[in-house]
Ligand binder design. Structure first.
Ligand code: SAM
Length: 264
């Protein structure tokens, strides 16, 4: 059903050429997913080797950092992002030079990896994700030591495997921040309207002046009715005092898109 809906959508909005291109990509994407699963099995067995390899990587160039996260170990930490969009966000992130960072929704770890590599040398980076959550599914316990190596020598990384909507999770984040304001908040967890709104309402007060809040998946999602970040983004566009920026490579792709709020 999903495939039929997607095919009709692509044909209607992009035409036959795009449809054929996507149809050719489909088995390639499936194959990539399979390779990703195999890489996971291997990494689980040889995690020390994976950790060593990851530790040896260093770069402060957004594109290079993204490429590493995408290609590493057949997609073991591949971000669920469109490269052009996320690299643009990473450039803004790097310019901000953040020290206190919170990511809600980590999944494969790719976005967390990129934030660690481009944050201040002594940054504090917090990740929140459910052990087996919806919208991408969290990450298993064996990946924890791998994610911990994302942090540079003097950075601190905290992996909270919790529900972002629980008061106790917010309290734990506050405790870690110890009164310091967040410079950068990335919201990519629960994608329902109520869920993403709740994340915003709970964690945005922790962001300091000059800080940034970024949302993922602000494009209207034509395939998954539970993805409703576009509705909240619309609210911001209509009634907010924030400076906004929208990064959307394919406005009609049916997913992705990054919305950024700049706090004055
Ligand atoms: C789309 S994925 C994140 C992708 C990742 N940022 C990337 O781009 O590679 C969304 C993640 O949010 C997590 N999630 C969903 N609801 C959540 C909640 N209430 N609290 C914490 N994490 C949640 C899911 O477990 C999933 O791993």
């Amino acid at each position: 059903m999903y495939l039929i809906k997607k095919s009709i959508f692509v044909l209607k909005n992009y035409g036959l050429k795009a449809f054929i291109k996507k149809a050719i990509r489909f088995p390639i994407n499936r194959l990539n997913l399979l390779r990703q699963r195999k890489a996971e099995e291997k990494a689980r067995k040889y995690s020390q080797k994976v950790i060593k390899l990851l530790k040896s990587f260093s770069s402060n160039r957004p594109e290079e950092v993204f490429d590493l996260s995408w290609n590493f170990y057949n997609g073991l930490i591949r971000p669920m992002q469109i490269k052009e969009e996320f690299v643009e966000l990473l450039k803004i992130f790097q310019e901000l030079n953040p020290k206190y960072i919170l990511e809600i929704g980590t999944a494969n770890g790719g976005t967390l990896f990129c934030f660690c590599k481009l944050a201040q040398e002594d940054a504090t980076i917090i990740s929140i994700d459910l052990p087996e959550g919806p919208f991408g599914g969290g990450y298993p316990e064996w990946k924890i030591p791998i994610y911990q190596t994302f942090a540079k020598e003097n950075q601190k990384i905290y992996l909270l495997r919790k529900d972002s909507h629980k008061e106790e999770t917010l309290e734990e984040v506050k405790k870690i921040l110890n009164g310091n304001p967040l410079d950068f908040l990335f919201i990519d967890g629960d994608h329902s309207y109520e869920g993403v709104k709740k994340d915003f309402e709970m964690y945005s007060p922790l962001v300091g002046r000059g800080g940034i809040i970024a949302f993922y998946d602000i494009a209207k999602n034509y395939f998954d009715p539970k993805c409703q970040v576009d509705l909240l983004w619309k609210d911001f566009k209509l009634n907010s005092n924030f400076n906004l920026k929208q990064i959307m490579k394919h406005p009609f792709e049916g997913w992705a898109g990054i919305g950024i709020l700049f706090l004055k």
